[in-house]
Ligand binder design. Structure first.
Ligand code: ZN
Length: 321
């Protein structure tokens, strides 16, 4: 068929017919609800985020009107006019995947019992699925990250929020009423936790612990893992202690499910290779009994730590398809 030459001159003859245009595949929608913020992303089948939107709400408000407005605004701005297979929603809190509701998100009263799936379904007219953030992270890794093609591995949130999602034998472990591991007891008689128990993993392996520990050691307030690593020898003992504490929880997961591979997301990525190697070393030392191959620890993608839950939301849609 005839087509215009690139220089806009006379038409040239093409002997090979144009390839048939493949029908555009519907895209995947992802929404993440955080205290005070709703984020949405339009994702293609390779895990590329094509468009993102953000809308805010008052996290202290008791009524859901502000959340409603933010959810609708973020979703409509992001997805309007695009054909979607569905939308996957992530929340850092307790969720009811069957009902598509949030049960409770810490410190955000308006999200208690919030029917997010119904609100989005009405606004967009597509299927909507809801899952806990830590579990979704696994699906992000499984469909678009280092977990691609694997039958078993674990994905770990580190930093302000701690949690593990386990992909086991080709399935995401998401038992009704189960949680993501932050409140596993790792120290009998340890520090009191926000949940009322003592010695939870969360009390020794989060940014909050790191900041308090640094302050006790006279390193000032607001210390971060990245800053400690930059201090070199001066920061090393605390970096190693943090890595060891993080490994405590992973040892338990390895004992129960032997996922073999742990993908660290969030703050751990800032700790770099030294931090990763220390976590792996500690995990391997405490897994010497296992007949399986020594467990491996890898860092999630640097530079896009905030995207992992959104990619997981897109992965959730693929999982349900
Ligand atoms: Zn606890």
């Amino acid at each position: 068929m005839a087509a215009l030459a690139p220089d806009g001159g006379r038409p040239r003859l093409r002997l090979v017919p144009d390839p048939p245009v493949a029908p555009a595949r519907p895209l995947l929608g992802a929404v993440e609800v955080l205290p005070g913020q709703v984020r949405a992303a339009l994702v293609d089948h390779s895990g590329k985020l094509l468009r993102r939107t953000v809308a805010g709400f008052d996290p202290a408000a008791r009524e859901a009107a502000g959340v409603d407005a933010a959810v609708r605004q973020a979703a409509l701005e992001c997805f309007d006019g695009r054909e979607l297979t569905g939308v996957g929603v992530a929340a850092a809190g307790l969720v009811d995947p069957e009902r598509g509701t949030f049960i409770e998100v810490n410190d955000v009263p308006a999200l208690r019992g919030y029917p997010v799936a119904e609100v989005l379904r009405r606004a967009l007219g597509v299927p909507v699925y809801v899952e806990h953030r830590a579990r979704l992270q696994v699906l992000g890794d499984r469909w678009f990250g280092v977990g691609r093609g694997l039958r078993s591995f674990a994905s770990v949130s580190t930093g302000e929020v701690l949690g593990v999602g386990v992909f086991f034998g080709g399935e995401l472990l998401a038992p009704h009423g189960g949680r993501s591991g932050a409140h596993m007891t790792v120290l009998a008689g340890g520090e009191p936790c926000t949940c009322g128990a003592r010695g939870c993993w969360k009390t020794v392996a989060t940014t909050r612990w790191l900041r308090r520990r640094a302050q006790t050691e006279g390193l000032g307030t607001g210390m971060t893992l990245e800053a400690l690593v930059r201090r070199g020898d001066g920061g090393r003992p605390m970096v190693e202690e943090y890595a060891d504490n993080l490994a405590l929880g992973l040892v338990n997961i390895q004992q129960l499910f032997a996922p073999g591979l742990f993908v660290l997301h969030g703050e751990a990525v800032e700790g770099g290779e030294g931090f990763r190697a220390r976590v792996e070393e500690r995990l391997r030392r405490d897994s010497g009994w296992s007949t399986a191959a020594p467990p491996r620890v890898v860092l999630g993608e640097a530079g896009r730590p905030d995207d992992v839950a959104l990619l997981g939301g897109a992965g959730l849609v693929l999982t349900h398809r």
